[in-house]
Design a binder for this molecule. Structure first.
Ligand code: SF4
Ligand code: SF4
Ligand code: FES
Length: 237
């Protein structure tokens, strides 16, 4: 059996790579490699995962220089020869080894008014939104986000401007802008219209290229720019 030479980030932001030798196996994922290191070579390695099937969004890391979900990334697709380099996500504080602090990432969802604000109480009839409505279809395009922060890590504007809300929070805001039941539209558009909001996006497309769920935060951000402009012209902001 051949072996992979795997460089894994150890320590905090000022840490360094340490090299391990991991047996190469058929259909092996990058998460399998990290798990092998932790279970068989170095139990002090810190990393994070939960579902292993591309649903929870907790396993994202930087693999050979690019952010990826590691549970669905096959070694065959990303290894350079027999080499892998695995580091924590960029643009987030490193807690230890491969674990990043996600608080700022999710705080930005709140700052972008990424929570649904309904008007109905439990005694009201349920709201009915037609699956064919134009807004429902726009919301559908961005709704499958798993909060993995791959797009956030890929975004150079986040790296340059740490206040920038970033592609995931803005994508979430766009799905809610298209939610016909939501009652906080003006507040949401005001939240994304500021200097740290949608107009800071340079349309680099890195978020869209990297999103493992095939979403396009870039398109959602463009939609927010249009919605903000329309609301401003109507004097609603
Ligand atoms: S399109 Fe906008 S949000 Fe996406 S990576 Fe580029 S600058 Fe960042
Ligand atoms: S938009 Fe895509 S890359 Fe960004 S957090 Fe959601 S699923 Fe992950
Ligand atoms: S472990 Fe849940 S998405 Fe990878």
């Amino acid at each position: 059996m051949s072996a992979l030479r795997v460089r894994v980030w150890r320590g905090g932001a000022d840490g360094a790579f340490r090299e391990y030798e991991v047996p190469r196996r058929e259909s092996q994922t990058v998460l399998d490699v990290v798990t092998h290191v932790q279970r068989h070579l170095d139990p002090t390695l810190a990393y994070r995962y939960s579902c292993r099937v591309g649903m929870c969004g907790s396993c994202a890391m930087t693999v050979n220089g690019a952010p990826r979900w590691t549970c669905r990334t096959h070694v065959d697709k990303v290894a350079r020869g027999e080499r892998l380099e695995i580091a924590p996500l960029r643009n987030l504080p490193v807690i230890r080894d491969l674990v990043t602090d996600m608080r700022e990432f999710f705080d930005k969802w709140a700052r972008a008014q990424g929570q649904f604000r309904g008007e109905r109480g439990r005694r009201d009839d349920v709201a009915r939104v037609s699956p064919d409505s134009a807004k429902r279809r726009l919301a559908d395009v961005g709704i499958e986000c798993i909060g993995c922060a791959v797009c956030y890590s890929a975004c150079d504007v986040v790296a340059w401007s740490p206040q920038y809300l970033g592609p995931a929070a803005l994508n979430r805001a766009w799905t809610l802008v298209n939610d016909e039941r939501d009652a906080a539209q003006a507040a949401r558009l005001r939240a994304v219209a500021g200097d740290a909001g949608c107009h800071a996006c340079h349309t680099h497309m890195s978020c869209t290229e990297r999103c493992p769920k095939g979403l396009s935060p870039t398109a959602g951000i463009a939609g927010l720019k249009r919605a903000v402009a329309v609301a401003a012209l109507k004097g609603e902001l």
